[in-house]
Structures are given as C-alpha cells and as structure tokens.
Design a protein around this ligand. Sequence first.
Ligand code: ADP
Length: 343
Amino acid sequence: MGHEHKHSVLSGEPEADEEQEKESPLRPRLLSEFQGQAAIKDNLSVFIRAARNRGEALDHIFISGPPGLGKTTLAGIVANEMNAELVMTSAPALDKAKDLAGLLTTLKDHSIFFIDEIHRLKPAIEEMLYIAMEDFELDFVIGQGAGARTVRIPIPPFTLAGATTKPGRVSSPLYTRFGITLRIDFYPVEELCEIIQRSAGILNIRIDDPASRLLAMCARGTPRVANRLLRRLRDFCQVDGRPQIDEELTRKAFQRLQIDEAGLEHQDREILRAIIEKYHGGPVGVETLAIAVGESADSLEDFYEPYLVQAGFLQRTARGRLATPRAYSHLGIPLVHSENTLF
Ligand code: ADP
C-alpha cells in the first residue's frame, strides 16, 4: 500500500496496483490456505474460535515482520474467518484526525480495521486511536475557539490489525494496547516450496521439484518474492516453449535477472560492495550508506537489510552497518585487504 519508496523488482514491496491485482488470486483467503508459520496459525486459530464462540470482536492484533511475508494476508484471513468486514488504510494516509474519525465511524460490529505501517502514525491520530481501541469511543471536537466542545461518540466493537516492518518504532502506549502480537519471520525453504507449488497450481503452471527448490532458495525467505519470480519463470518457460519449469531454465532465468545463488540481486551486491570498498567494511551509518547506493534510508532498512542480515551478509550495530566475512567471500574480495579489524 501507498509506499513512496524506490525499490527493485525483487524487494518485497508491490510495484504498483497492477502487481497487487495480479497477486490477488494467489493470496490465501483462509487460515488453512496460509502456508507455513505453524505457531502463528495455531495460536490465531484458537483466538479466532474463542472470540467467535463468545460472539465478541477479536482482540486487537499487532503484526510485525519484513515486507511480503503475509501481514496484509493475515489481516484478510482474520476478517474472513471472523465473517467480518475488512477496512484497510495505512498510517501515512491518516493525515488529519478527521481522516481516522471518518473511517472509524464506518466500522461495523467486529470489523477488522487494518492500518499498515502503524509506526508512522502522527501523535494526534495515535491519541484518538487509544480511546477507540480501549473504550470503542471517539472524541469529536465540535465548533471552534471558545465555543468548541468535545463529544464522545460510541463506535462498534472492532478489531484493530496494525502492521509494521519496524516494530521498534511503535510507541509503547500503542503497542501495549494490542492483545495479540504476531511476529512473522522469513520462511524456510521447505515452506516456500509449498507456497510455490500452491501458486503454480493456481496459475496453472508446472514446475518440477528441483526447480521449485532452487526458486525457494533464491526467494529471500519471502512469499511475495517467490510468487513474483515464479511469474518471471513462467514467462521464460512460455517463450522457450517448454512444457514445465525445470532447474536448467530456472538457472538461466536467474542469470539473466542477475540473481545469484544466495538470492541476492544486483542492488544487494552493490550495497555490500559499497560498505566494503568505500567504507572499509564498515561500520557506516545507514544514511551515508543509503546515499552511496542511491536508495532512501527507509528502503534500505525495510527492503534490503532484513534479508542481508538474516542471510549473514550484514550486521547492524549501534555504530552502523558492517559487512561480514561472508559478504567478502560472496563478492570474491579478500578479507585481508580490508582495514576492518572487527573480524
Ligand atoms: P505484507 O503485508 O507482509 O507485505 P502480503 O500479505 O501482502 O505481505 O503477502 C504478499 C503475498 O505473498 C500475498 O499476496 C500472498 O500471495 C503471498 N503470501 C504471503 N504469505 C503467504 C503464506 N503464508 N502462504 C501463501 N502465500 C503467502
């Protein structure tokens, strides 16, 4: 949703509405279709069943994790499983108090109100949300100046689903008002294989096991990336006139897309190379690094770094970013030439 970041083909962010549109048949609608993340699914299904049995709205849910791992999907699933309506927005779209009030007053009993990038809420909006979350009421200012007065309007009991890629930036008064917190992590290869097979079935394409595994290994632990790469493989397969996607075709396609065996794309390698060659392996501040590679600090932090950290190429420290020995060997740069004395 409404991200203004620049990003690459492989970053977790949807490129445009069109891309999201294409994703929609692949988006799981029910908990049983959501692959992997067993712990999250198990807990969620208990909470959903309990709330349904009591005839109550589900407790507010906080969903964190890197882009493309299924935060929006989970909110949609919760709405479907609760038989409730889903109302979606994102924090940057809530500019004025009336923007939030306008949405809150349209909610129905047990509606799921999804706010993406919830770490970006303005303080005044956040205050309004506290009362809505806790008391299901809305403070409304009527009139202006000395004659202004506040009235409280009741709103239906709803579930706030707040999603963020940066849980550390969410204020603690907001965070503690969520009864359920879900942290989605990168998917292991086996779970990505299941997602790829499910998507291939829906898209009516055939991909053999070795190709599916190779794709899963290069998908940065991210379902959205896996689905996007699967569509590209379908293009190559179609143009080549082959009956199914096999390992050879996948390797060739990845070469052309400049994706290496670790799932890194061109820009990931540029980031690592910049740290090593321009800043002696680091530490280098995120703002400085962002300028060096022509990205915004936000897109660096949200889209590139989480996977580079998890795959062991990058370390985030209080003093800045460091390239790990694995980054040196991956790029074929000898570690001894660096002045980085930390390793
Ligand atoms: P986020 O909101 O975290 O950025 P999304 O919920 O938009 O991510 O997920 C991106 C896409 O990845 C979805 O459209 C869906 O097709 C796919 N996806 C995500 N998680 C799963 C999953 N657990 N199982 C199957 N597909 C998934």
